[in-house]
Design a protein around this ligand. Structure first.
Ligand code: ZN
Length: 137
């Protein structure tokens, strides 16, 4: 699949955050289930690793950042809603639940989000844009 015009940063980011392929915007691009991942986009056949064996490290980092942001939002909401008498134990339980469930909830999104960031940071060359990418996986 070739692209006449490569998407801009915000388009890539929006596609990544909505679990779409940053390249072609296919909704179920790399995931057949919440945890079931395939190596290539089912529509454009673009490999998510792009020749980089450490892709999962970036996706894990994206997952940690998203989870920490969710924890921060949970703390802020809990504190602001219950001011001035903050119930510490329920707040800790709720925030702990967010911290434990966060990585599960963000799992597929962290992959597509990291691919969007990776595509923005390492702009594809002419061969990759033309779909002439092989053997990375
Ligand atoms: Zn795709």
């Amino acid at each position: 699949m070739s692209f006449d015009r490569f998407p801009g940063f915000w388009v890539l980011l929006a596609r990544g955050l909505t679990r779409r392929c940053p390249w072609c915007a296919d909704r179920r691009a790399y995931f057949t289930g919440w945890f079931a991942r395939q190596d290539r986009c089912r529509r454009c056949r673009h490999p998510y690793r792009r020749g980089d064996d450490a892709f999962e490290l970036g996706a894990t980092t994206a997952n940690i950042i998203l989870t920490f942001l969710a924890v921060l939002v949970a703390i802020l909401v809990a504190v602001l809603v219950t001011l001035p008498d903050i119930p510490t134990v329920p707040v800790v339980i709720i925030v702990s639940a967010v911290a434990i469930l966060g990585p599960v909830v963000w799992y597929p999104i962290s992959f597509t989000l990291w691919q969007a960031v990776d595509l923005f940071m390492r702009a594809p060359d002419a061969d990759e844009l033309a779909g002439r990418i092989d053997g990375e996986l």
